[in-house]
Design a protein around this ligand. Structure first.
Ligand SMILES: C[S@@+](CC[C@H](N)C(=O)[O-])C[C@H]1O[C@@H](n2cnc3c(N)ncnc32)[C@H](O)[C@@H]1O
Length: 205
């Protein structure tokens, strides 16, 4: 594998030396920061919210959300031990204060949470999940009635096009519908190298 291929392969589950490099890239690349900040802005976080981020990577978005959610709780899960370590270090003060909880686990094996969430967020991780619709159903059960889930995606494969972003938005919306979410909406942000889509569903129950 070439160096570029080594690094690209890391984004699904960063491990070892190259995983640390991938984490550094995710924490610093301007397109990563821009799409995550945009995602946070669309969530309309409230200080008392209970939020779950899936696939938190280096933990930058956990940190930013925890600055807004001053009286609530941010949970995060990621199946990469390298990302768990980076995110734990980046958020050590909020973790010590009990405002952030991180778990090293797959979205396919959800931990026992301590209550329902107002908001669930995934940024550029959904494409790596197994059994996507079934897992979305399980996540819906973790949301309070009226709670929302947001799947945010910027295609990052070599040669990604605007059509790829459109296709991802339509497919994610369909999956959310299949999993029982309502009031599906898709937003789009024009970005370099290619647009990001934000796909939101609401738990009606
Ligand atoms: C491309 S990175 C995105 C990280 C961060 N959300 C961002 O936008 O910078 C995808 C992250 O999702 C995690 N991930 C992928 N599949 C997962 C799964 N099934 N369960 C938990 N985490 C997963 C990876 O370990 C990685 O940290």
């Amino acid at each position: 594998m070439s160096v570029v291929e080594e690094v690209v392969a890391q984004f699904a589950r960063p491990t070892g030396f190259w995983g640390n490099i991938a984490g550094f890239i995710m924490a610093n690349r301007s397109s990563n920061l821009e799409r995550n900040e945009w995602a946070i802005s669309l969530l309309h976080l409230q200080p008392s919210d209970r939020v779950l981020e899936i696939g938190f990577g280096p933990g930058v978005t956990i940190q930013k959300m925890s600055e807004i959610v001053s009286h609530g709780l941010i949970w995060g899960i990621d199946h990469s031990d390298v990302m768990f370590r980076q995110a734990s270090k980046r958020n050590q003060r909020a973790i010590a204060a009990g405002r952030v909880r991180l778990a090293l686990t797959s979205v396919s094996q959800l931990p026992a949470f301590d209550g329902p969430f107002d908001k669930i967020l995934d940024v550029n991780g959904f494409q790596f999940w197994d059994n996507q619709i079934e897992v979305l159903r399980q996540l819906r059960e973790q949301l309070r009635a009226g709670g929302i889930i947001a799947l945010v995606h910027q295609p990052r494969n070599l040669g990604a096009t605007e059509d790829d972003a459109t296709e991802a938005g339509e497919r994610f919306a369909h999956y959310l519908e299949m999993a029982g979410f309502k009031d599906i909406k898709v937003e789009r942000k024009t970005m370099k190298p290619v647009s990001t889509v934000y796909v939101q569903g609401r738990n009606p129950l």
